[in-house]
Design a protein around this ligand. Sequence first.
Ligand code: GDP
Length: 325
Amino acid sequence: MVKRFYVDQYADRIIAGDRIVLSRAITLVESTLPSDQELAQQVINRLLPHTGKSIRIGITGAPGVGKSTFIEAFGNYLITRQKKVAVLAVDPSSQRTGGSILGDKTRMETLATNPAAYIRPSPAGKSLGGVAQKTREAILLCEAAGFDTILVETVGVGQSETAVHGMVDFFLLLLLAGAGDELQGIKKGIMELGDALVITKADGANYLQAKKAKSEVEQALQLFSKPESGWFPQVTICSALENKGINVIWNQIDAYFKLTHHSGFFQKKRKDQNLFWLHETIRQALLDNFFAAPAIKSILPELEQQVLDGSISPTLAAQKLLNLT
Ligand code: GDP
């Protein structure tokens, strides 16, 4: 049993930048115990005035595209610019408790040991909604602890990109050149989420291919309409291994923040995201309560079978269940 503190003890120590207490508070957020959840919410509420002052950057890309290597190079670069960097992840598929989490930490070795950086693996969880909520709350705690640049990595493929997009200010999409069709595996919908698209591993024999992929992606982007942010997504090439192109990416991100702060889009997006998460949290809680109700649990398998048999329509079955609550 991990030791628990009082709300003020968590809050004061986190504000003072105590990383051990920060980690413990994130553990509280991730806990499924109702008493821990209650405490976690009190701590977050108490810390709210100290949150929101960071920039939140989402980083996504197919497995093997070079996310960890990029985050390590990018994180170290940010630290040379006096930033304090927290790295969080969303991986709904992970029932993982060690595995690639430790793998990530070892891969981001220099970043993990840098006192200006904090790396926290993806919380475990069955539903994307649950995992995303924990990561959002971890963002707030990291901000209160003084981290001014939060990198949120998607490890899972598929839905998690949208969830991460909904919790960050800027979305970076990593793409790999030369893997057959350059854009293979990247759905148009995900491309549209990117504020910057980066062709990774632009070094050695890959360099020319990366440059070619860059113009192809640029062409593909021309088909998209201008985003609401007023910022047109930029495409760059980079080599995280050789530390090339990292500064260009940062300059773009910096330009995006200047533009959107000035236009008010940044503030509006944060507000919209908060409203969205309010609704999403309610939706999630209602669903969880519904499926956890004994009356539903006892009759659901039978109705499922009837739907499978075709003896009842899905709509009528759903109505019967909904009438029970
Ligand atoms: P992830 O699965 O997206 O996190 O990808 P990783 O960061 O683990 O990288 C996958 C593989 O690509 C590893 O073997 C890396 O060494 C390699 N890699 C990553 N970045 C670069 C790069 O900039 N250049 C080259 N040549 N290889 C890279």
